[in-house]
Design a protein. Structure first.
Length: 75
């Protein structure tokens, strides 16, 4: 059911991956204070974004395959 909204899943994944990359960069520049919670939040956002992106791409592929099978069932 959630794989039907694969475009939204990919958009959320891109946001999470950007957050997971930008926050450590800002912490290295001392723009944002590096805390234990913020370090694990940025790591978790990056990993979650990776998995959501993979799930979104798989959902898009499954959706296209099912649509193609409905259009031409004898292929």
């Amino acid at each position: 059911m959630i794989l039907e909204h694969y475009k939204l899943l990919i958009a959320i994944a891109i946001f999470l991956m950007l957050f997971g990359c930008i926050m450590p960069f800002l912490m290295a520049l001392h723009v944002v204070e590096s805390t234990f919670f913020l370090n694990f939040l940025s790591f978790g956002a990056s990993v979650l974004g990776l998995f959501l992106g993979l799930a979104g791409m798989a959902g898009g592929r499954i959706g296209r395959k099912n649509k193609r099978d409905k259009d031409n069932p004898y292929e």
